[in-house]
Design a binder for this molecule. Structure first.
Ligand SMILES: Cc1cc2nc3c(=O)[nH]c(=O)nc-3n(C[C@H](O)[C@H](O)[C@H](O)COP(=O)(O)O)c2cc1C
Length: 339
């Protein structure tokens, strides 16, 4: 069905296509996907999920359709990024489909309706994560993250601090000297009973930055690292006419580089902090490769654009078959198997 609709969808502006997708997901009665194979049950950072395959942040920024996405077979959904105040984002067009490259470039700039508007749509659901960010014109960005943590701590299974969007000028600077203060203040805002805090980093990091982030996270209350966001790099292999657009690149070309960075974090952390692997996953083999490189959970977004709503179920079935083929009794056993 999706293969038939895809050429029609691809004739629409990507942002409009996404808006229609959200409207359809909200209204159409979706049949529930088959329950994932019990082999896929995933436990890390205090979470218990039926599958390690999750929907990455940005698809459901305003928490409109996360229940429908769970029904499609995702083990978890991360909504957001949400900022304290509503924000329009950058001028359109600001999402580009790089069809020849199975990739996306976006420079949305945290367009969202704000924390207060989304709050009634959140719930203390064991498979719902909430991703928070900072307003572009904020005078104190750390305070924005603290406000995000306070606002959603009773309605999230985990909270992700997204300090790695390339589309808010200066935001990635929080990965540097200010990281310790950010994590300390957000840890205090979370409190002892709050959900685990995850930190989402960029895939554009050198060895020194990886060491700094890993060591700072280890010394904090952060419960997992998400590696990572979209990239500012433009691999020479890109063929689409949109390759030169400003923004963050995601999808197929990000798989190799983001998995290399994931492996570098896993090497530094040596099992002391769980990792979430994100970037270019479109197949069960790729999800499996992220897990073997050290990911306890895998998230994706761009492949949904190219592969459609059947993807999470196909990944669940394919991943279970790969684990079984290699003699693993559970997904957790394969985490870091290649290290
Ligand atoms: C259109 C679009 C919007 C995104 N918005 C967000 C966001 O608001 N917050 C965030 O943490 N990541 C956001 N991301 C990044 C994704 O969560 C993910 O980290 C990245 O796209 C790499 O995964 P993928 O190759 O599977 O898409 C966005 C990605 C895309 C394509």
């Amino acid at each position: 069905m999706f293969a038939f609709l895809r050429p029609l969808i691809f004739r629409l502006d990507p942002e409009r296509a996404h808006g229609l997708t959200l409207a359809a997901l909200k209204r159409l009665p979706l049949p529930a996907a088959p329950a994932p194979d019990p082999l896929l049950e995933t436990r890390f950072a205090g979470l218990t999920l039926p599958s390690p395959i999750g929907l990455a942040a940005g698809f459901d920024k305003d928490a409109m359709v996360w229940r429908a996405m769970l029904r499609l077979g995702f083990g978890s959904v991360e909504v957001g990024s949400l900022t304290p105040r509503p924000q329009a984002g950058n001028p359109r067009p600001r999402i580009f489909r790089l069809e020849e490259d199975a990739a996306v470039i976006n420079r949305l700039g945290f367009n969202n309706g704000g924390l207060a508007a989304a709050l009634p749509r959140l719930a203390a659901h064991p498979r719902l994560g909430v991703n928070v960010g900072a307003n572009k014109d904020s005078a104190d960005r750390v305070a924005d993250y603290v406000a995000g943590v306070r606002a959603v701590r009773d309605r999230a299974a985990w909270i992700t601090l997204n300090i790695s969007s390339p589309n808010t000028p200066g935001l990635r600077g929080l990965q540097g000297d200010e990281l310790e203060r950010l994590l300390r203040e957000c840890g205090a805002a979370r409190g002892d009973a709050g959900p685990p805090l995850f930190l989402k980093v960029a895939p554009d990091l050198d060895g020194e930055q990886i060491a700094h982030i890993a060591d700072t996270a280890l010394a904090s209350t952060v419960a997992a690292l998400i590696v990572g966001n979209t990239t500012l790099a433009r691999p020479g292999t890109l063929r689409s006419r949109h390759a030169g657009e400003a923004g963050g690149l995601s999808g197929a070309p990000l798989f190799g580089p983001s998995t290399a960075i994931l492996r570098a974090f896993a090497g530094r952390l040596r099992g002391r902090l769980p990792l979430v692997g994100v970037g270019g996953v479109a197949s069960a083999e790729q999800a499996y490769a992220k897990i073997r490189a050290g990911a306890s959970m895998v998230q994706l977004y761009s492949a949904m654009v190219y592969e459609g709503p059947g993807l999470p179920s196909r990944l669940n079935a394919g991943l279970a078959a790969l684990l079984r083929r290699d003699g693993f009794a559970g997904a957790g056993e394969a985490v870091g198997a290649d290290l």
